[in-house]
Every structure is written in structure tokens, then in C-alpha cells.
Design a protein around this ligand. Structure first.
Ligand SMILES: [Mg+2]
Length: 379
């Protein structure tokens, strides 16, 4: 089998209610950069890159597509290295790796379809086929001066839907934020876990103040308390706090995760399959983490293509630790409005009482609705 073509798609739609995290960058649109890889046997595979869509599209079009054309799509390791060599000297951590991720995911989709097997089976099989889903939401929106009440209402709505975990965005000054988190924690049932995500908006002092309080409140984890560029600060926090620290959604390739793991900076790493290097690289990151006793709970924030890819990798990640009763794997289920998550494929990922199952069809296990692509494609 040979790769005969690589097509890129930028999809865009506006959102009704713009929102932000601690980054202060307002989401006014939802975007997706999809890749379709075609072969001489008529089998096509789909992939997705996380991050600014026009940039990753350009990388695929100008650098990656020419370097894999004519090659066998089953050579995933070889093609990954080939693509990485095209970006390594200029962008070893960033858009280049996100673009590689999209192509790599599409290659796995092709292999699964060619063999009539789900991708997780090609990765060595599923250690687990179901995941507890946690709802990611509770962002900040422009018109909400008082953030407290909307956060509680939104959290309770997720609980009502059956989610057993809720992750809220935090960004306000520490004392103010603490009140907001306390209100949400008190409103939720004891059997619903609460995570907090600061999107690296605090310094070490404020993160320590909040982390101690979160610890007493029994929160599940504290995500990106401080800058991802300051792994020493993470290691300091980790020595002083018992609450698990999470991060890694903006780390790319096994080399970045090697640094996190070497510094023992985080309890939970969160590679995103659509930017950390695709399925090939995320599996390697998971194996390195397992050897060092670090949990892996991937970051998931994309269209139906990315969600499907994430579930296959998550099924195949080694249990850490091996146990009679292993810790169940969480699946991040982002809840802001997104037609590319809900309508892009004919069989979208859905949760049943907060439980999501790994897709069972060939390849990634979906069929794209090309009408949705035509409707939202801008380039
Ligand atoms: Mg996050």
C-alpha cells in the first residue's frame, strides 16, 4: 500500500457565548484542522491537530505531505521520524509536532481499516474498554460579573447528566477563587470528584496557598498550577503538597515528557494525542511514564476525530500500577459548544451515565459526515 495524497481541512464556526480560561484568550470560534491521507488501495484515514489550525495546515501541506508521499502507511515509526526530521531543527516542540500528530493519527486509521480491526487492537489490545468521563467546563464568560452562581449551576447540570467528575477552570485572585471552588465542591455530591485547572495562571506562592486548601477539600487534582516552563516550581509544589499535580497538555514529544518525568514534577501527565505527537508518540510517552510510576490521563479537547483517537490510545495505555483493582482511567469530556465534536461523524462519542466506551469499528471507528465538512470548511 502506498500513500497517494494528503488533504488538509480548516473548519471554523462561531460560538454563541465566548469564554476564556486563565489564559485570558477569548474563544469566539471553534476550529478544527483535519487531515485526510489517501492510499493507492482506496483506503482513507483521518487525523486532527490541536492548536491554531492555519499554522498546522501549512506545516502539513508544505513539509510533511511531501515527505511521506509514496511511502507505506504501515511504517508509522519510520514515517514519524521522517516527519520529525522536517521540523526538528526549527520547531521541535510546537506546531510542527501538532501537525505530525494529525498525519500519524490518519496512518493508524488507515491501518485499522485495512486490517478491519479497531486501532486499539493494533496497539496491543485494550487494557480497558470503558472510561469514567469527567466534564470539563466552568469557564469564564464575558457577561458574567458574578462567577459564583453560574459555576454551581453548571457543575450541578453535569452531575445531573451522570458525570462522576467535573473539572472547573480557575483564574480569579486566590481568596476569591477559593470561595468559588468551595461553593462548587459543597454543591456537588460526595461521589462526584472535582478537579481544578489553572491553565498555568498562578505563581508559586499563590499556587501553594490554593493547593493546601484544595488538598483539605479533597479535590482530585490541581492542573497546571504554574508555568509549564518552570518544572522546578512544579517539583517544589509537589514536595509541599499532597494533592496530585497534573499537566502536560502543552508538552510535545517524548523528549518534553522525559524532562517532566526526570524532574518528578507531576503526579499525572496529560499528553494530548493531537499535539504530543499522535498515536505513535503518545503510546511511547505512556510507556515511559509507566516505567517511572507516573499516571497518564490524556488531555482531550477536539473534534470527534481527536476524541476517537484519544480513546484508542487510552485503551492501550499500560495500567499504572498493575493491580487486582486498577485505578479507573478518566476521559476528559470537554463540554463547551462544539459542532465538530457532536456532528462531524455519524457515530459521535457519547457517555452513558458518565461512562464512555472505546469505539469498536475498523480504524478509529467513525464515518465522517462530509456534509458537515463542506458546511464549515474555510480552507
Ligand atoms: Mg487543562
Amino acid at each position: 500500500m502506498k500513500i497517494t495524497g494528503v488533504t488538509t481541512y480548516v473548519l471554523r464556526t462561531s460560538v454563541d457565548k465566548p469564554f476564556t480560561s486563565a489564559r485570558g484568550w477569548w474563544y469566539k470560534t471553534k476550529n478544527a484542522m483535519l487531515v485526510k491521507v489517501s492510499t493507492d488501495e482506496g483506503i482513507e484515514g483521518w487525523g486532527e491537530a490541536y492548536g491554531p489550525a492555519e499554522v498546522t495546515k501549512t506545516v502539513v501541506d508544505t513539509l510533511l505531505a511531501p515527505s511521506i508521499s509514496g511511502h507505506n502507511p504501515f511504517d508509522t515509526d519510520v514515517l514519524w521520524e521522517k516527519m520529525y526530521q522536517r521540523v526538528e531543527d526549527y520547531d521541535p516542540q510546537g506546531f510542527g509536532v501538532a501537525a505530525i500528530s494529525a498525519v500519524d493519527i490518519a496512518l493508524w486509521d488507515i491501518m485499522g481499516k485495512a486490517l478491519n480491526r479497531p486501532v486499539y487492537a493494533l496497539l496491543g489490545g485494550a487494557h480497558r474498554k470503558t472510561f469514567r468521563a469527567y466534564a470539563t467546563g466552568l469557564y469564564f464568560s464575558a457577561e458574567e460579573g458574578d462567577f459564583n452562581t453560574p459555576a454551581v449551576e453548571e457543575a450541578l447540570a453535569y452531575q445531573e447528566q451522570g458525570f462522576t467528575g467535573v473539572k472547573m477552570k480557575i483564574a480569579l485572585p486566590p481568596k476569591e477563587e477559593l470561595k468559588r471552588v468551595q461553593q462548587v465542591r459543597q454543591a456537588l455530591s460526595d461521589d462526584v470528584e472535582l478537579m481544578v485547572d489553572a491553565n498555568h495562571g498562578y505563581n508559586l506562592t499563590n499556587a501553594l496557598f490554593l493547593g493546601k486548601a484544595f488538598e483539605e477539600m479533597g479535590l482530585a487534582w490541581f492542573e497546571e498550577p504554574v508555568s509549564p516552563h518552570d518544572l522546578n516550581a512544579y517539583a517544589d509544589l509537589r514536595n509541599k503538597l499532597q494533592i496530585p499535580l497534573a499537566g502536560g497538555e502543552n508538552a510535545f514529544t517524548r523528549y518534553a515528557f522525559k524532562d517532566i518525568i526526570e524532574k518528578r514534577a507531576m503526579d499525572i501527565i496529560q499528553p494530548d494525542v493531537c499535539c504530543a505527537g499522535g498515536i505513535t508518540e503518545t503510546k511511547k510517552i505512556g510507556q515511559i511514564a509507566e516505567a517511572f510510576g507516573i499516571s497518564v490521563i490524556p488531555h482531550v479537547w477536539g473534534s470527534a476525530v481527536g476524541l476517537h483517537a484519544a480513546l484508542h490510545v487510552m485503551a492501550a495505555l499500560p495500567p499504572a500500577p498493575h493491580s487486582w483493582r486498577p485505578v479507573p482511567m478518566w476521559m476528559e469530556y470537554e463540554q463547551t459548544e462544539n459542532p465538530f465534536r457532536d456532528h462531524l461523524v455519524q457515530n459521535p462519542v457519547e457517555h452513558d451515565g458518565g461512562i464512555v466506551r472505546v469505539p469498536e469499528g475498523p480504524g478509529l471507528g467513525f464515518s465522517i459526515d462530509e456534509k458537515v465538512i463542506d458546511r464549515y470548511r474555510i480552507s
